[in-house]
Design a protein around this ligand. Structure first.
Ligand SMILES: *Cc1c(COP(=O)(O)O)cnc(C)c1O
Length: 474
């Protein structure tokens, strides 16, 4: 009677059957939440066994959903770096908020189509409202904020480049790069996120058009060297058009000198983009916001909600005050898309994606429930934990090598500065299952990197990490 139906009837089973499955999923998610801290953060994976387990599904006969869900959960448990673990001190992968997971589920079930406004007025307006809120915290006049949610920071950065090309050379859109009177070049620091190279490849700029400007010893973009490089390129006949400042570099979490970069761009008439994929979240904290000073002068800003704002993958955003520029960069008309509704923007005509998911809901729910102050409290807490980590590492003989108010801690063993040593230390820590950290090269020098990115991390987890790195060094 309440057997789960097989075949196409499984698409939409009767209420009691569907409810039982949901209850199973809820029990599973709750037991994951309860058990995660007691597990190893990661474990070695046998690729052959993993592929064999997955390959056993040939989709030849229907399976029971409870069995498949348990089986998949086991695969994910065994073969995933547990970024939801309190001692995942890794890349910018957060533990998602509970409301973020709920938001993902609601968005999936309602499945609003965010290409055209008229198909999804509620979803489109929720995202527009969020962008105005985020833009306002970053220092844009809220009434002027334009932009879109993106698959992530890489798409947002791509959007920033397309906007800059479109605005700098009105002929670019119709005639392409070959209409330009020379070779366009752009600038980012050597510590910037290398999505810039893929973007240059895809846009036809070419990878060589990205000039990675050396940093000073503080790992910030060296503005003087940047100015020299721009002058030299201009003398060579190249066409500088865009400078990128990074607010929270991926390696060391440092913030480039944004006011100086904004000044330089204003002087030279260049576009200015700030990649705040990770660090932009700091705008929600009154204590941390001053570190982003100058970001409000950027022509466009990248901010990933799926990093320090702790919503599930993926939710990036591109913010700008240039609605017309975005509309020009992505303009298109079709006979089959519904006509636009007055005083609204169809997302597909001002962003890269066409059909797309309602990415903003998970952030909307998380923010509405925690409140801006709740987020600020979490961000400040993470920054405090990182200070605690710096103190404990320094007290046990490590050298801290990065300077940032954001919770990214990079440290070296003064006894042996080689990459091999730091790589081996990280492998030993990760291999122990006690924590996840990574080796990193900063301005060419080896270090270990630990980012406080899970809202589950406690002072006891910091203590455990310090013990794990000290044990690894023994
Ligand atoms: C993560 C990151 C990116 C890329 O963003 P995705 O969300 O991975 O696409 C770009 N820039 C910086 C500074 C980042 O930290």
């Amino acid at each position: 009677m309440d057997q789960f139906p097989a075949g196409r009837a499984s698409f939409d089973p009767a209420p009691p059957v569907a409810e039982r499955l949901w209850r199973h999923v809820i029990d599973l998610l709750e037991s994951e939440r309860a058990e995660i801290a007691g597990r190893d953060v990661s474990a070695p994976v046998d690729v052959r066994r993993l592929r064999a387990a997955i390959g056993a599904y040939d989709f030849g006969r229907p399976e029971r959903p409870d069995d498949v869900i348990e089986d998949v959960a086991e695969l994910l448990r065994a073969a995933t770096v547990h970024t939801t673990h309190p001692r995942y001190f890794g890349l910018f992968n957060p533990t998602p908020t509970l409301l973020g997971v709920v938001g993902e589920t609601l968005a999936a079930a309602f499945n609003p189509q965010l290409a055209g406004w008229s198909h999804a007025p509620a979803a489109a307006e929720i995202e527009a409202h969020l962008l105005r809120f985020l833009g306002g915290r970053l220092g844009y006049p809220p009434g002027k904020v334009a932009g879109s949610f993106t698959s992530g920071g890489a798409e947002a950065n791509l959007t920033g480049v397309l906007l800059a090309l479109t605005r700098t050379w009105p002929r670019y859109g119709a005639e392409g790069l070959r209409a330009l009177p020379g070779r366009p070049v752009m600038y980012a620091s050597a510590e910037s996120h290398l999505a810039w190279l893929k973007i240059a490849h895809a846009t036809g700029l070419g990878r060589d058009a990205v000039k990675l400007v050396p940093t000073g010893p503080d790992l910030r973009l060296d503005v003087e060297r940047l100015a020299h490089q721009i002058a030299a390129d201009q003398a060579d006949g190249d066409l500088p058009f865009l400078v990128v400042g990074t607010a929270g570099t991926t390696g060391a979490g440092v913030i480039d000198p944004l006011p100086e970069l904004a000044d330089l761009c204003a002087d030279l008439g260049l576009r200015f983009h700030v990649d705040a994929a990770y660090g932009g979240a700091a705008a929600l904290s009154d204590r941390l916001r001053p570190a982003l000073a100058g970001i409000e002068r950027a022509d466009s800003i990248t901010l990933d909600a799926h990093k320090w704002l702790s919503v599930p993958m993926g939710a990036g955003a591109l913010l700008s005050t240039d609605a017309e520029g975005l509309a020009e960069a992505f303009r298109v008309t079709t006979s089959y898309m519904p006509d636009d509704v007055p005083d609204t923007v169809d997302p597909y005509t001002s962003s890269h994606q066409w059909s797309r998911r309602f990415m903003g809901l998970k952030l909307f729910l998380s923010l509405a429930v925690a409140g801006r102050a709740g987020y600020a409290e979490q961000l400040d807490h993470d920054a405090d934990l990182a200070d605690d980590l710096r103190d404990r590492l320094a007290a046990t003989g490590w050298t801290i090598v990065n300077d940032t108010p954001l919770p990214v801690v990079c440290f070296t063993d003064p006894g042996d500065g080689t990459w091999e040593h730091h790589d081996a230390l990280a492998q030993r820590v990760v291999g122990s299952g006690r924590a996840w950290i990574s080796p990193v090269r900063l301005d060419g020098r080896a270090a270990l990197r630990a980012c406080v990115i899970s809202h589950r991390t406690t002072p006891a987890d910091i203590e455990e990490l310090v013990q794990a790195v000290n044990d690894a060094r023994k």
